[in-house]
Design a binder for this molecule. Structure first.
Ligand SMILES: [Zn+2]
Ligand SMILES: [Zn+2]
Length: 439
């Protein structure tokens, strides 16, 4: 209801949508991985940008337009590789649309740099830039007024981010200021942008659906989170992945009640070569709910990890940090209590891992496989890299992670690693902004 109200607020501006004020520039990746570039604006805007030249026919105009737009758009994949714009198609009309097929753009790309200065000569024009990846992936947009703009598009399995210098058209800002102010007062920043995006879509009135259909914020769970096999449920609201778990290990343990089929007495050595010494606790079923960001982002304050669950393993068992109790009590004293799979329950029966979970590194996956996620959404890997080399603290930053490609993140992504040396899983706090957990 509120959205409709704000949309109505914008309605009078819709009139301007038909003047040569706004263009939409979109990069669209279809389900087959083919990229196309779309530029859409009023015919008047295109005519002005071409200097209102006299042309002999509509065909000649189209040809000229395709040629000029083609040379004004520069797309590179990665840092160097220039991408060719092919098959220029032009639909002339009140709303004029151009479409190009992007050749040489790999189906799996991590970054695309984009430049478009087609409308740079126009004064009160600005461009909405968006990236649409498949039917369900998010789109991003940048309001640009300088008309010449360059943006860096980062494509990760978890979503798309766009980095660009934003420079507002002050003329337009003056015009929008009272409404923007109202929105900012009433709404948090993110919602304002959503409403603004909606409004922009509304204005652009393009007939080219593929360029303007907003990507639905869907409940699709990315494949990487479906690897959490031990959860009761894994769902997405488009912003957070919600994982529900009973927290029961899927392997034998000396800490299961003796009546449980997974109970197995244990004697022998455990993590660090210590002689196993059972603690007095017993595993108790939990009802945990982890909410982790769908699109993890680095935080600036790197919040300290709390005691209790700081993440979740693929088998639904929580990860705990490197401390045994308040005031950074050493874990060492607890370690002898780690069972045959290097986990143990605390006094309310919550079973957890502080160190490498053997069930994952030796049974369900490998030493270099995905182990789970911390609350900030960044993935956790085992104590080896895919090359087989052991990971040590020297390979990691102070949060106990680093970035590179993995099987699950072929374009590279930040991730934590378990190590055999302290702090084992996390160092000086979360790399990203943590979600929440309730037990
Ligand atoms: Zn513990
Ligand atoms: Zn790594």
């Amino acid at each position: 209801m509120k959205s409709i109200f704000y949309l109505l607020l914008f309605l009078p501006l819709g009139v301007f949508g038909h003047s040569p004020q706004i263009s939409t520039f979109a990069l669209v990746r279809d389900s087959k991985g083919q990229w196309t570039a779309h530029l859409s604006a009023s015919l008047e805007a295109f005519e002005s940008a071409l200097g209102n030249k006299k042309v002999s026919s509509a065909e000649a105009f189209q040809k000229e337009l395709i040629q000029q737009v083609k040379s004004a758009i520069k797309i590179k994949s990665g840092v160097l590789q220039a991408v060719t714009l092919n098959d220029g198609q032009c639909h002339l009309g009140h709303q004029t649309d151009l479409k190009f097929t992007l050749m040489d753009l790999p189906t799996e790309v991590s970054t695309i740099s984009v430049e478009n200065d087609f409308f740079k000569e126009l004064n009160s024009h600005f461009m909405v830039f968006k990236v649409i990846n498949g039917a369900t992936e998010s789109n991003q947009f940048v309001l640009q007024s300088s008309n010449h703009f360059s943006a860096q598009v980062n494509i990760q399995p978890t979503g798309i981010t766009v980095d660009s210098e934003q420079s507002f058209n002050y003329y337009y800002l003056l015009f929008l200021a009272p409404i923007l102010l109202l929105l900012l007062l009433k709404y948090p920043m993110k919602k304002t942008i959503n409403v603004l995006n909606l409004a922009m879509l509304f204005f652009s009135c393009s007939t080219d659906d593929s360029a303007v259909t907003p990507a639905a914020s869907s409940a699709e769970v990315p494949a990487v989170y479906k690897k959490i096999y031990g959860a009761t449920s894994v769902t997405s609201d488009g912003k957070y992945i919600t994982i529900k778990t009973k927290g029961l290990p899927d392997h034998k343990s000396a800490y299961y009640a003796t009546t449980n089929s997974l109970y197995q007495a244990y004697s022998g050595t455990t993590f660090g070569g210590l002689t196993f010494a059972k603690n007095p606790n017993t595993i108790i079923e939990q009802s945990g709910t982890f909410k982790i960001p769908l699109k993890p982002v680095m935080s600036t304050n790197h919040a300290a990890t709390p005691l209790g669950a700081i993440g979740i393993a693929l088998n639904g068992v929580p990860f705990f940090n490197q401390y045994a109790g308040p005031n950074n009590q050493e874990l060492k004293g607890e370690m002898a209590g780690f069972d045959q799979f290097y986990g143990h329950p605390q006094n309310s029966g919550v079973y957890h891992y502080h160190v490498e979970p053997l069930q994952l590194t030796t049974v369900k996956s490998t030493k270099s496989g995905l182990m789970g996620f911390l609350l900030d959404g960044f993935p956790v890997y085992g104590p080896q890299e895919e090359s087989g080399s052991a990971v040590t603290n020297a390979n990691l930053d102070v949060y106990h992670g680093h970035s590179h490609e993995t099987v699950d993140y072929p374009n590279g992504f930040y991730h934590y690693h378990f190590t055999t040396e302290a702090p084992y899983l996390n160092g000086n706090g979360f790399y990203g902004t943590p979600g929440t957990v309730t037990q």
